[in-house]
Design a protein around this ligand. Structure first.
Ligand SMILES: C[S@@+](CC[C@H](N)C(=O)[O-])C[C@H]1O[C@@H](n2cnc3c(N)ncnc32)[C@H](O)[C@@H]1O
Length: 195
């Protein structure tokens, strides 16, 4: 199998999804996928969907390749790039049925909060990325960031609160499993784009 991490020909044009995947299937994206623990499990459980993991660190996106190849996954690809840029410029508009954002860097210092991915600009990026009725699934351990996530989506009237299906919540991420084993609970939210 070829390398699962896309060799981008250009970062100025949207990806050709038909060139990326063997089968045209509904697409879901994880932003900041880390070592792809979540995506490899979830892609294996959902062979009828295609998945893209976005991650800026080389060492981590290489793990997506190694783990995905080992699992023989034809429905998983990785892109090494910054998440907001990916949504704005590389993902074809209205192509993803779900965006998964799990344990994004919390930037706890007040002066660094502008670096947070889920900020007041994010709902507009998500709206452009999602298919009608598509959903943003969020998890964090950070109470302040969780409040910010809820605030920015409450202010975005095109989104409504949704539930995380139990079978999705059961698939834990690498960071989540570390936090949970230390007794730190997962804070979870989901927001659905009104159809
Ligand atoms: C705290 S880790 C969580 C990883 C994974 N989601 C998990 O739950 O195990 C955050 C990940 O997001 C990546 N990351 C942070 N900001 C990013 C950005 N703006 N674009 C792409 N990746 C980013 C980091 O390199 C890191 O791998």
């Amino acid at each position: 199998m070829e390398n699962l991490v896309c060799q981008l020909r250009t970062i100025l044009e949207p990806l050709e999804l038909a060139e990326l995947f063997l089968k045209p299937q509904p697409l879901e994206v994880e932003l900041g996928c880390g070592d792809a623990s979540f995506l490899v499990k979830y892609a294996r459980q959902n062979p009828e969907k295609n998945f893209i993991g976005v991650e800026r660190l080389l060492g981590r996106i290489q793990k997506l390749d190694r783990k995905g190849q080992r699992a023989g996954l034809a429905n998983l690809r990785g892109v090494r790039i910054e998440s907001a840029y990916f949504l704005e410029y590389l993902l074809p508009p209205h192509s993803a049925g779900a965006l998964h954002v799990y344990f994004p860097d919390p930037w706890p210092k007040k002066k660094h909060r502008r670096h947070r991915l889920i900020n007041e600009h994010f709902p507009a990026l998500a709206r452009n990325a999602l298919t009608p009725g598509g959903t943003v699934f969020l998890r964090t351990d950070d109470r302040d960031y969780f409040q910010q996530m809820n605030e920015v989506f409450s202010a975005a009237k095109e989104f409504e609160k949704a539930e995380t299906p139990a079978e999705l919540a059961e698939v834990v991420t690498d960071f989540e499993s570390d936090f949970n084993s230390q007794g730190i609970p997962t804070l979870r939210a989901a927001f659905r784009l009104r159809g």
